[in-house]
Design a protein around this ligand. Structure first.
Ligand code: NI
Length: 249
């Protein structure tokens, strides 16, 4: 009995010590075999999202592959000046290199999503490989920011439908793709990137860009100011999902 009590005390100590800031998992505390996981509520049952409701002039601006030591802080300044909230799909390895920038992303009200740890192609990996990428990506974000991602975007958009369903079931992550790809990784030219984003944006859109590239960040003031002048409101991906799901009920 004493041994059992000691084991239980040790277990709950180590578990509580790891995730004080997280919401309580919905489970009974009487179940001694239960180990509380880092817990984030699942926000949708829809497996894939490429856009949201089109009856509202909303856009979700998403930035992949950061944090970058110069370009991401510069982008955060631009967002702050305009009161815009965006979504960052960070690479776990870069979060480990620049944890203070990841923390700033979250502190300034932006959403952070899981974009794996090494930016590997998940569609070519075993379930175990995918799990390792997502776990390490998630843990890097949690360490740096104290929050858990609720969404994921596969590198290159590469994830089979059966993998997407499995990721939703195992992690609660919907797979977030996009409605506009300005090919900013290929065309390193701010006016080209800006023109593509502006001309292809439509209500409910999810816009893809990479804060890894200087030219992409250079494109953002014109992009933001033009779309704001057209009456668009910028929301995070989770907000877009919530607003869209509410409308479907
Ligand atoms: Ni990427």
């Amino acid at each position: 009995m004493t041994l059992l009590f000691t084991l239980l005390a040790l277990t709950s100590c180590s578990v509580l010590g790891n995730d004080k800031s997280l919401p309580e998992a919905p489970t009974s505390t009487h179940n001694s075999s239960y180990v509380k996981p880092p817990y984030a509520p699942q926000i949708t049952n829809q497996v894939t999202w490429s856009s949201g409701r089109s009856d509202l002039k909303i856009l979700a601006m998403t930035f992949d592959d950061g944090p970058h030591p110069q370009n991401t802080p510069r982008l955060l300044d631009m967002l702050k000046q305009r009161g815009i909230k965006a979504t960052f799909f960070t690479i776990g390895r870069s979060v480990d290199l620049y944890p203070a920038i990841a923390k700033r992303i979250v502190d300034e009200g932006h959403e952070i999503g899981n974009h794996t740890y090494t930016h590997g192609n998940l569609s070519k990996m075993s379930e175990r490989g995918v799990r390792k990428e997502l776990d390490k990506g998630k843990e890097a974000i949690l360490r740096a920011t104290g929050v858990l991602p609720r969404i994921m975007r596969p590198p290159y958009g590469a994830l089979y439908n059966n993998q997407r369903q499995w990721v939703l079931d195992a992690y609660g992550y919907p797979t977030i793709l996009w409605s506009v790809d300005p090919m900013d990784w290929k065309d390193r030219n701010a006016s080209i990137v800006s023109n593509r984003l502006i001309s292809r944006a439509s209500p409910g859109g999810i816009l893809l860009a990479h804060d890894l590239h200087k030219t992409t960040v250079d494109a953002m003031p014109t992009t933001f100011d033009t779309l704001l002048a057209q009456g668009y409101k910028f929301v995070t991906v989770s907000q877009l999902i919530r607003l869209t799901s509410q409308a479907q009920q």
